[in-house]
Design a protein around this ligand. Sequence first.
Ligand code: NAD
Length: 253
Amino acid sequence: MTNRIGISGIAGRMGRLLAEEAASAGTLVGGIDRTGTGPVGAVLFADISALAAESDVVVDFTHASTVAGHAAALAAAGTPWVLGTTGYSAQDAEAIAQAAKVIPVIAAPNYCPGVNLLLLLAEKLGAALPAGQYDAEILEMHHRQKVDAPSGTALGLGRAVAEGRGVKLEEVMVTSRSGHTGPRGEQEIGFATLRGGQVVGSHTVMFTAGTEQIALTHHAFDRRVFATGAVRAALWLQGRQPGLYTMRDVLGF
Ligand code: NAD
């Protein structure tokens, strides 16, 4: 088995790091980017299908608008897919699930090992600390260029807490509070979003009761942590059966 890794979004902040990590971990095939540019020396392909045809796995960090199209193209090509793009719709999530019937897919909101451990802990805390006694709130901060909110990781943390509590996140999430909101709903999982500077990614999940509070915080200091995680996922994904895998599968916890 070879490790030909193709990068979608190769000119982006993540794409450039992914290209470096792929080059050192395996064989960097090249990539695609809407801008038609990429790191010096990288081979650029015309579109996702051309990239998929030459790659053993495609690592994709672009924009939510690409997700459904890339799902169809990669499924048609039979090329495994490591999707890092966030901010996509429920319809796009369905397109990912359809692709995963044909190819192995990982669509993680965050490829950082520490965050994936935090997701596991959030689920356990959600199960142990019941709504009504412990109010679950999630706070995130990212750099000023980020285009979607709350972050995919914040939503992932909310989903983990909701799963721990046996409820659907969509039925309990509150993403903004402004004006006369009335008191907090017992089941609510609240999200607060901060944007500024060049913060790579900070997330806190907190459970607050009348007499105590537990808060777990993760800070990413360098976005390379996402790139090394995604390339690790790409190497792990090769040779797998079709299906939707998680970073927990890759990391083994
Ligand atoms: P960026 O804007 O720096 O890079 C995105 C790149 O994708 C750009 O070069 C852009 O030209 C390219 N692009 C956009 N549409 C395209 C298309 N249709 N075809 C080909 N290329 C296209 O953004 P970024 O900071 O690199 O983040 C990219 C995505 O990855 C975002 O959704 C972000 O939230 C997500 N992200 C995920 C993780 C994770 O661990 N899952 C970590 C960091 C960022």
